[in-house]
Write a protein that binds this ligand. Structure first.
Ligand code: NAI
Length: 246
């Protein structure tokens, strides 16, 4: 599976699933733009790939801000070439009992997890429409499929990601652009460690494969959906959860 000649943007790629995805796409031959709020982390990730002989650049981007996304797409296009692959991965999560979810937190989660898809996808779509080829892969969450106590805000935003995926896939189906989503279940990343702390091992022990997912497990599925070979798959939810369906 080769992505040679393609330019990819991976959001939230300074850490976790995004970082592993940027690496996986670069190893497959793509030139990769690493976007993150964490500028230092993004620069370090790009420098590591360049050090291995890959093509990568980093941009400080707040994925919910149109001006940031537009400027970073321009930089990616100028330095790496027209954008063919967008991985909308950046996101934030929180555990909050329902009655304690304030409007400010609700709006922040919706903005970072959902509005970002509007902003970033609109920024890259002209390149994809012109090329009559594109791959948009959105990182959703198993919490939108199964529900998750104290994550109503998060699950609602990620349910929105799945609806966004299906609707845009229909709208673009005849253009050569596919839109799919990957809902991680329980992946060992800084986000998970920060939130679950010492419960990670306990939850892993109770899961079918007795281990959390690895960022690389998600990256492999995302890279497949980005490939030429996945061209007849669109509007799909590709669960990568080690058999954990509830
Ligand atoms: P992480 O915390 O390791 O990485 C997320 C990255 O996104 C960070 O580098 C952060 O700086 C960046 N980011 C956050 N807000 C941003 C913004 N407004 N603009 C640009 N960058 C921003 O998290 P992880 O676990 O790798 O999560 C990646 C995606 O996977 C998220 O969308 C998350 O909701 C989703 N997910 C993760 C699961 C897990 O078990 N780790 C489970 C289900 C979904």
């Amino acid at each position: 599976m080769s992505l040679a000649g393609k330019t990819a943007i991976v959001t939230g790629a300074a850490s976790g699933i995004g970082l592993a995805t940027a690496r996986r796409l670069a190893v497959a031959g793509a030139s990769v733009a690493i976007w993150d709020l964490n500028e230092e982390g993004a620069q370090a990730a790009a420098a590591a790939l360049v050090g291995e002989g890959r093509r990568a650049i980093a941009s400080r981007v707040d994925v919910s801000k149109r001006a940031d996304a537009d400027a970073a797409v321009k930089a990616a296009r100028e330095q790496l070439g027209p954008v063919g692959i967008l991985v909308n991965n950046a996101g934030m999560s929180a555990f909050t009992p329902f009655m304690e979810i304030g409007e400010e937190l609700w709006d922040r989660i919706m903005t970072v997890n959902l509005k970002s898809l509007l902003v970033c996808t609109q920024a890259v779509l002209p390149d994809m429409l012109e090329a009559k080829w594109g791959r948009v892969i959105n990182v959703s969450s198993s919490s939108a499929q199964t529900g998750a106590a104290t994550m109503v805000h998060y699950a609602a935003s990620k349910g929105g990601v799945i609806g966004f995926t299906k609707a845009l896939a229909q709208e673009l189906a005849a253009t050569g652009i596919t839109v799919n989503n990957v809902p991680p279940g329980f992946v060992d990343t800084p986000m998970l460690r920060e939130q679950l702390k010492d419960r990670v091992d306990m939850i892993a022990a109770a899961s079918p494969m007795k281990r959390p997912g690895r960022p690389e497990d998600m990256a492999a599925a995302i890279a497949f959906l980005a490939s030429e070979e996945a061209g007849y798959i669109t509007g799909h939810t590709l669960s990568v959860n080690g058999g954990r369906y509830s």
